[in-house]
Ligand binder design. Structure first.
Ligand code: ZN
Length: 420
């Protein structure tokens, strides 16, 4: 675009020199140049830089009483921050940022026991510093580098009392950005009356999910799998398919449910990959919703998966009062029966292609399965903590076989639901 503008100016100059007599042409050209300049302005002059900021050279130094965090940026970042409790955290909001940070730079250091960072939304990134106890932000400033280009963010943290932390937390509570809200939930053409499948790629953005033995991130596996499943489902021509996310971005758990519902999904499949301390434990599991977990492991898995919103620095919302409505209750029961029906069908198909855990049909209180009117299951494809499972999930042939099984199960379920 700037090239056009430049040529326009040059063109006007040449015209001015060559056709001195034709004032109206000159004015006309100038008018055109001005017009193109004005139309260019919103894109080039006032809008946020299209390129994300680049953050690099992360450093934390200090001890259990005082720690300084330094992070460099290629341009001046607009910074906002607030505090969270249980555990004690400092949340720093940034415009979209690419983090050029080495994993070992973010090892526990001084008062900082953990650092997470990543995208919250397409134009919003976030860093979350977890501390072992109450702390105070003594200083948080952005300074221009004197001897090198760019800017640096400096945060000085000191340990403090629980009371002082509480007071500071309340003081900083302003409007927490409503991050993770999908811009446009409805993707499906309302004219399309085909069976609609919502595929939910677990985690994303700042919430990486589980980490594999060789470093594979759950959020990447789930997105790859969701995209491949969507593609293959669409190739059958029989289904309308909606992805809750199609990029590496954070999405709240209730947003995922909302997207499925607003698109009139007939089925929601949430894709995940688990990780536990027992490295030899492996296999896929299919979960449905239940108030009381089927077993202790299911309860632990649901607790891990439900942490997502908290990991992203969102205050966990109070659960809304259950509507004591007989009709809603009936719908919920019917939905639950459909969820279990699909889960059984799915396990019947997956049994041919995928290694399953013992008693692979389990249930627990997963937030993402709480749509009252959309049959929903959560599939843990395997354990990223197991080397064999991790290798398989990264293997396109393994995924293709698993996807074929899922599609067979969807076909059988759709036929049964249609009464066919
Ligand atoms: Zn997960």
């Amino acid at each position: 675009m700037p090239t056009t503008l430049h040529m326009g100016r040059e063109g006007a100059k040449r015209q001015k020199a060559g056709q001195r007599g034709s004032v109206s042409t000159v004015i006309g050209s100038l008018f055109l140049v001005l017009l193109s300049f004005l139309t260019l302005l919103p894109d080039s002059a006032f809008a946020q830089p299209a390129q994300p900021l680049v953050a690099y050279d992360y450093l934390a130094a200090g001890d259990q009483n005082r720690t300084r965090i330094v992070l460099n940026f290629d341009r001046e970042p607009k910074v906002d921050w607030f505090l969270l409790r249980t555990p004690h955290r400092l949340v720093i909001d940034l415009p979209e940022t690419e983090f050029g940070i080495e994993e070992e730079q973010t090892k526990a250091q001084g008062l900082v026991s953990r650092v997470r960072y990543g995208r919250m939304a397409p134009d919003h990134s976030r860093m979350i510093f977890t501390m072992p106890g109450p702390f105070a932000v003594e200083d948080l400033s952005v300074l221009k580098n004197e001897t090198s280009p760019g800017y640096r963010l400096i945060v000085d943290i000191v340990s403090t009392s629980e009371t002082a932390f509480e007071a500071a937390m309340r003081e900083r509570i302003t409007a927490v950005p409503d991050a993770g809200t999908a811009k446009e939930a409805v993707q499906r053409n309302p004219e399309d009356d085909r069976f609609t499948v919502a595929i939910d790629a677990g985690h994303g953005g700042i919430d990486s999910g589980a980490r594999g033995v060789s470093g594979t991130l759950e959020k990447a596996i789930t997105l790859t799998f969701a995209r491949e499943l969507k593609k293959k489902l669409e190739e059958t021509g029989k289904y309308s398919v909606v992805l809750t996310r199609d990029e590496d971005v954070f999405l709240r758990l209730d947003e995922r449910v909302r997207i499925a519902r607003e698109n009139g999904a007939d089925l929601l499949i949430s894709i995940h990959a688990d990780a536990i301390a027992l490295r030899n434990f492996r296999g896929a599991t299919v979960y449905t919703l239940s108030e009381r977990a089927s077993d202790a492991e299911a309860a632990a898995t649901a607790a891990r998966e439900n942490l997502s919103d908290e990991i992203a620095g969102l205050t966990v919302r109070e659960e809304q009062d259950e509507v004591a409505d007989i009709l809603v209750d009936l719908i919920r029961r019917e939905t639950h029966a459909f969820s279990i029906h699909f889960a059984r069908t799915l396990l019947g198909e997956l049994d041919d292609t995928v290694h399953l855990v013992g008693s692979p049909l389990r249930s627990a209180g997963f937030i993402v399965l709480k749509a009252p009117d959309v049959p929903s299951v959560l599939v843990e494809l395997g354990y990223l903590s197991n080397a064999e499972d991790e290798k398989q999930m990264k293997d396109p042939a393994w995924r293709a076989a698993a996807i074929d099984s899922i599609i067979k199960a969807i076909a059988a379920f759709a036929a049964a639901k249609a009464g066919g």
